[in-house]
Design a binder for this molecule. Structure first.
Ligand code: IFM
Length: 440
């Protein structure tokens, strides 16, 4: 790695991130069916129709995984608490689920790891999906109830709580592009989900505050957006894409407004009186989580439905996902977000990482591409701090190879290789390099 811990301000946190459905093994511990289980059972939705039923079996092996985090010298662990594990039908409490998160948080603290919790990382209980999921305003209140229940159990020990992970994926990717559960391609469903997921954030924040929680925020994903050429049409297309992807959520949270370029398409389909929710949505938060992976080049396409755009990968080297590696985009977002939206509020890079076709050879994984990727993105974070962004930590995605949603187990993002037949963990070269980089 081309950085060391002392290059960063005192107290800067290094960690790794995961999410419940992607690692735990959803068939264990009395968890309920989710919309990802049913989406995976639909034709062509998920590679090999794989689900999170076993995943990495973190449910039983979490001690080994947390030992690996500790041995790497990490300061913090970003994890999520599955709604369908805690409340299998979305409303009734499963004591086994609460007990699991109780043990998990204690095990982090025993190892000196700060627990960074995310409340919702995508596994909506099927019973709520049956009632319209994020198209239904009532799901937001149910999310508030889940927030109450899990916070009453572990809120006394977590270092921070994020309400929602990547609302763009929950709403647009899942209801407009159809790539994630529930797999819709419907503008009215999308407009409702784009608003309701933020309303759920607002309600979740109020419930957290009522319980005295004080390090609360949200995790947003950002995608660097450039016009494909210097024509005015491409500039307009890029601005619209930027408004939908990069501005909708942060402007709602920090200013209580939605960008005009995005409302142009969504306004006729928004829930009635959505404006009345904006004060709740824009209540103060304590930190912002930023997830960043890549950039896209955008062109205008008058033959396509609104937003009349096409996106393609940029020209640089690609990861196993086909995503362009573009570290300057991370520095750009961190400085832009702090300048235009959150000022001096703490920002964490809550996800950044790459998939690669990693293989174990002679007991080791030589993932030099990932080592370079991490080094370049950590240095991009450092540049943003030099430019004035108040960035307080960097979490690599992901600790373990895991269930990459519609790609099943095909794409490997982990610092630690997982053999999905034996569940054996093998730390990759990037794990060892990161460990040296952050050594005290
Ligand atoms: O695996 C996902 C994660 O669940 C959310 N952020 C992006 C990651 C890589 O696609």
């Amino acid at each position: 790695m081309n950085f060391k811990r002392t290059d960063f301000p005192e107290g800067f946190l290094f960690g790794a991130a995961t999410a419940a459905y992607q690692i735990e093994g959803h068939q264990f511990g009395g968890a309920g069916s989710t919309h990802w289980d049913t989406f995976a059972a639909g034709p062509g939705n998920v590679v090999r129709a794989e689900t999170g039923a076993v995943a990495c079996d973190h449910y039983h092996r979490f001690a080994e995984d947390l030992d690996l985090l500790k041995d790497a010298g990490m300061d913090a662990y970003r994890f999520s608490t599955s709604w369908a594990r805690v409340m299998p039908d979305g409303q009734t409490v499963n004591p086994e689920g609460l007990d699991f998160y109780d043990r998990l948080v204690d095990a982090m603290l025993e190892r000196g790891l700060k627990p960074f919790q995310t409340l919702y990382h995508w596994e909506l209980p099927s019973a709520l999906a049956d009632q319209g999921g994020w198209m239904n305003r009532d799901t937001c209140e149910r999310f508030g109830d889940f927030t109450d229940v899990i916070t009453a159990r572990i809120g006394d020990r977590v270092a921070s709580v994020a309400t929602i992970n990547e609302p763009w994926c929950v709403a647009y990717l899942s209801h407009f592009l159809g790539h994630h559960a529930p797999g819709l391609r419907d503008i009215r469903a999308t407009a409702r989900a784009m608003h309701h997921i933020l309303l759920a954030h607002g309600i979740g924040m109020s419930r957290l505050r009522a319980k005295g929680m004080d390090t609360c925020g949200i995790v947003l994903n950002f995608d660097h957006t450039d016009p494909v050429d210097d024509t005015p049409a491409a500039a307009r297309a890029a601005a619209t894409t930027d408004a939908i992807y990069n501005r909708w959520f942060i402007e709602a949270i920090s200013k209580g407004t939605y960008p005009a370029e995005a409302l142009e398409g969504f306004a006729p389909h928004m829930p009635a009186n959505w404006q009345d929710d904006m004060a709740l949505i824009s209540q103060p938060i304590d930190f912002l989580g930023v997830n960043y992976y890549t950039r896209h080049k955008v062109s205008a396409d008058d033959t396509a439905v609104w937003p009349h755009t096409q996106s393609e990968e940029g020209p640089g080297a690609k990861t196993q996902m086909g995503w362009e590696i573009y570290p300057d985009g991370l520095c750009g977002f961190l400085t832009r977000i702090s300048r235009d939206y959150v000022g001096d509020m703490p920002i964490y890079v809550t996800e950044n990482g790459m998939a690669w076709d990693d293989n174990v050879e002679n007991g080791a994984v030589d993932d030099r591409e990932r080592r370079q990727f991490i080094s370049d993105h950590v240095l991009a974070t450092r540049r943003a701090i030099d430019d004035g962004a108040n960035v307080r930590g960097f979490f690599y995605w992901s600790l373990l190879d895991n269930y990459e949603w519609a790609f099943g187990y095909e794409k490997r993002f982990g610092l630690i290789h997982v053999d999905f037949d034996t569940l054996k963990r093998t730390p990759k070269a990037s794990y060892h390099a990161l460990k040296s980089g952050i050594a005290r």
